[in-house]
Design a protein around this ligand. Structure first.
Ligand SMILES: [Zn+2]
Length: 329
């Protein structure tokens, strides 16, 4: 079978596996994550990321979308033999026209990502998107993930608004309230065929239609959503609308493994009526498309690279073969 595509992960957080309790909620998780990441230091985080790369390769992954906040995974990822995109992540308000993103090393291309619509000023989000667009590169953003984000963008008030005000961050020109996080990004002109919107826990039918209209890619990390938010996106509704989502694992600070087989198995368990072929496409071809490498990866077809996974299974029909793959039987 074709090698797997993990379209969204944070290798820099591998060293924090098991260090952050999940049961205390997302706000606690984020605060603790920032503390633990700082306490761990670059050396420990680098060692963890190297182990994470080994785990990806061992579990049949060939293409990855890596989100790097600290910048420590560029060298190791581009030397790893993996393919894909290394996204340098931004937060805040400081746009610098000198930000670069068109480097390529090994088979990894450098691009940019905005953390989320509520953690960057619209000016910075648009600035970053414009740089990636000029270079025809994928651009990624966490979208409609947390309740704080939803409340802030759809009302202009609430906990996140208070948090920004306490830090004297003026958001009066951000054009809030927007109806939904998806509509907010649409208004900023961020949604197009090079944008990957990650999570979409708080998104509905109209949002899906907007994303589809702009040909934006959707990446889902369902185990992470279950663990950190106790809520899953409306995957059935997305598929019904015609969206072809891809999958990522998110970080080991929030999930049990970086294995895309584990991710597929969870999707199959959470949405038992989904056809296994659809789930396999989410972990292969759809991810390759989102990361702009479908000319070489995502399926075993003439003209593409022969990157494949050998998986011994004992089945007698195509249907049971697909079931065996997505359920790790
Ligand atoms: Zn993420």
């Amino acid at each position: 079978m074709p090698a797997l595509v993990n379209a969204h992960t944070h290798l820099e957080l591998c060293a924090l596996k098991g260090k952050i309790p999940l049961e205390k909620g997302y706000r606690f998780w984020i605060k603790k994550l920032i503390k633990e990441r700082e306490a761990a230091g670059t050396k420990v985080l680098s060692a963890g990321a190297k182990d994470g790369i080994k785990e990806l390769i061992k579990s049949g992954c060939k293409v990855v979308g890596e989100i790097s906040t600290l910048g420590i995974t560029w060298e190791m990822l581009s030397d790893s033999g993996l393919s894909g995109v290394w996204f340098r992540e931004f937060l805040g308000d400081n746009f610098d026209t000198k930000i670069k993103c068109n480097e390529k090393k090994g088979d990894i291309v450098m691009s940019l990502t905005a953390h989320a619509p509520h953690t960057l000023s619209p000016k910075l989000i648009v600035g970053l998107k414009n740089i990636t667009q000029k270079n025809n590169l994928p651009f990624s953003i966490h979208l409609a993930e947390s309740e704080d984000e939803l409340e802030f963008l759809s009302t202009g008030k609430g906990r996140w608004a208070d948090f920004l005000s306490e830090r004297s961050i003026d958001f009066s020109s951000w054009g809030l309230p927007a109806e939904t996080p998806v509509r907010y990004l649409e208004r900023l002109g961020i949604l197009d065929e090079n944008t990957i919107a990650v999570h979409l826990i708080h998104a509905g039918k109209e949002d899906f239609e907007i994303l589809l209209r702009h040909n934006a890619h959707i990446c889902l990390c369902l185990r992470s959503n279950r663990n950190l938010h106790q809520k899953l996106p409306d995957l059935a509704g997305m598929l019904q609308a015609g969206i072809k989502p891809c999958l990522g694992t998110d970080s080991l600070a929030g999930v049990e493994s970086l294995s895309m087989f584990d991710e597929m198995a969870y999707v199959s368990c959470a949405f038992p009526s989904l056809p296994p072929a659809e789930i396999l496409a989410m972990a292969t071809l759809n991810g390759a498309k989102a990361l702009g490498v479908e000319d070489r990866f995502g399926s075993l077809s003439p003209g593409k690279y022969g990157s494949f996974v050998y998986m011994p299974v004992n089945v007698s029909s195509n249907q049971s073969l697909l079931e065996a793959i997505v359920n790790k039987i």
